[in-house]
Design a protein around this ligand. Structure first.
Ligand code: C2O
Ligand code: CU
Length: 500
């Protein structure tokens, strides 16, 4: 993402169909435009990091991360990949709202990298976007990130270079709320992922394949070849499909279902589960067999508690739920939407034998779209204001050819969304494609118009629209993009920018 793509194969010459139906006026230029964004003119505009001070009572939290090649046991399959240290996910980082985090990142990868702190409303210079907020961290060198974490919640971090997120380079970041009563007995972090690296293909191979065959990785996506005007052909669910890649493995906390992580507790315990979807290309539905879950937060912000049987979660989204545990052994299952396979962990509070991998979890069939049902708590609402600036964010593209863009052109060729500081901006997202796309805005939390739900990543249904309101109170140049890493890398990104 936001970096030099691996030598993009120049796409075939555009047919009339791809020009018209794909909705990308500049399809002829293919993916090559991405590199334009990191030209010298952009480098000159890199923001200067400002030393940060904690809020009164806050601390400075220091951490170290080493990005490096690693051999990882996924609970059977052993893969060569890139990771933060020697685990996948990488180490959990934790601070309290108002703290300053100083994270020293050492790059021992054979490639340049950066770290993006997904969802954190931080200073622009620490946002980790190469060519936009910093120079990439060269192989063999190091970089120190310093940022304040103003809002409590469940976050994660990952590189913003190419498709590196689809390796093992991701880890959760939890910001505690000093004022939260913590009305639960235990807390678990559940990170979901789709896994291909080291199984014969790297994510770079996957991207090259998508570009070369126009999304031919999956046979059942034929409808996508028709481009953006083909209502109702994609995915077959209300959410539509958001992924193009069939993965050999789906993981909870770095484990395949055959050797799941087991969470232990006592019957009757109330547990807070922080769920992160770190997948590159997979929507999941999550359920805990035999239980209902109470959703309490999304993307860090509190919502009016809502009890659900199952929870859909898109790439880049986070949900916190609270569950009161029964007695026994239960599957905590995540089913990839419109793909086969599953991700699994176990919850054990009593005796009994573990459900085997592949056991059906009936709750999984009862997922509802939450974006329209969740309501923010009063404290989580944006202050009442009328958006005085409106900007379109039109999502374009097609699987075949594999080209994606925003406002009619791929990243590097589309214009930044320039807005004024100190106001309320409305982004009018219109999805002109037959897939759903999780749209993520850096450095801000928006309110989904109508419900006011505060989020930083939201799934926009196929041929659907959403208005997102945000306050321009954090100047800088902020990536705004699809969190399907392959879509982002193929052009579905733009920049929201303003100066103080
Ligand atoms: Cu996780 Cu640009 O984002
Ligand atoms: Cu997308």
């Amino acid at each position: 993402m936001a970096a030099r793509p691996p030598a993009p194969a120049r796409g075939p010459l555009p047919t009339r169909r791809s020009l018209v139906l794909g909705g990308l006026a500049v399809a002829a230029t293919g993916l090559t435009g991405c590199s334009a964004a990191i030209g010298p003119d952009r480098a000159a505009a890199l923001p200067v990091p400002t030393p940060q001070t904690p809020s009164p009572g806050g601390r400075v939290v220091t951490a170290r991360l080493t990005a490096r090649p690693a051999t990882i046991d996924l609970g059977g399959p052993v893969v060569r990949t890139w990771a933060y240290g020697d685990t996948v996910p990488g180490p959990l980082l934790r601070a309290t709202a108002g703290d300053v985090m100083r994270v020293a990142v050492e790059n021992r990868l054979p490639a340049e990298t950066t770290v993006h702190w997904h969802g954190i409303r931080l200073q622009n210079a620490a946002d980790g976007v190469p060519g936009v907020t910093q120079a990439p961290i060269a192989a063999g060198s190091a970089y120190d990130y310093e940022f304040r974490v103003p809002d409590p919640g469940t976050y994660f971090f990952h590189p913003h270079v190419g498709v590196q997120l689809d390796r093992g380079l991701y880890a959760p970041l939890v910001v505690d709320d000093p004022d939260e009563p913590g009305a639960y007995d235990d807390e678990w972090v559940v990170v979901l992922d789709d896994w291909v690296d080291g199984t014969g293909r790297t994510p770079d191979d996957v991207l090259a394949g998508l570009v070369a065959d126009g999304g031919g990785d999956r046979g059942d996506h034929m409808g996508m070849g028709m481009g953006g005007m083909d209502h109702g052909m994609g995915g077959g669910s209300e959410r539509g499909s958001a992924g193009d890649v069939d993965y050999p493995h789906y993981l909870v906390n770095g484990r395949v279902p055959a050797a799941p992580e087991t969470f232990r507790a006592r019957p009757g315990d109330r547990v807070r589960i922080r769920i992160v979807n770190a997948a590159a290309d997979t929507l999941f539905t999550v359920a805990l067999g035999g239980h209902r879950m109470t959703v309490t937060h999304t993307d860090g912000f509190p919502v009016e508690p809502l009890e659900v049987a199952a929870l859909p979660i898109a790439m880049g989204e986070r949900y916190d739920v609270v569950v009161t545990l029964g007695d026994g052994v239960f599957p905590l299952a995540a089913r990839p939407d419109s793909k086969s396979g599953e991700a699994l962990a176990l919850v054990r509070t009593g005796s009994g034998s573990a459900p085997s991998a592949g056991t059906t979890v009936p709750e999984l069939d009862r997922a509802e779209v939450l974006t329209t049902r969740l309501v923010p708590t009063e404290a989580a609402r944006l202050p009442e204001a009328r958006p005085e600036q409106t900007r379109p964010l039109t999502l374009n593209g097609s699987m075949s050819p594999f080209r994606w863009g925003i406002n009619g052109a791929p990243y590097g060729e589309n214009d930044s969304l320039r807005v004024d500081a100190g106001g309320r901006v409305r982004l009018e997202v219109m999805n002109m494609t037959t897939m759903s796309h999780p749209i993520h805005v850096h450095g801000h939390t928006f309110a989904v118009a109508r419900t006011g739900l505060r989020k930083d990543t939201v799934l926009v249904p196929p041929m659907g629209g959403l208005a997102l309101d945000l306050d321009t109170d954090n100047p800088g140049r902020w990536m705004t993009h699809c969190h399907n890493i392959y879509h982002a890398e193929a052009g579905m990104m733009t920049i929201l920018e303003y100066t103080p």
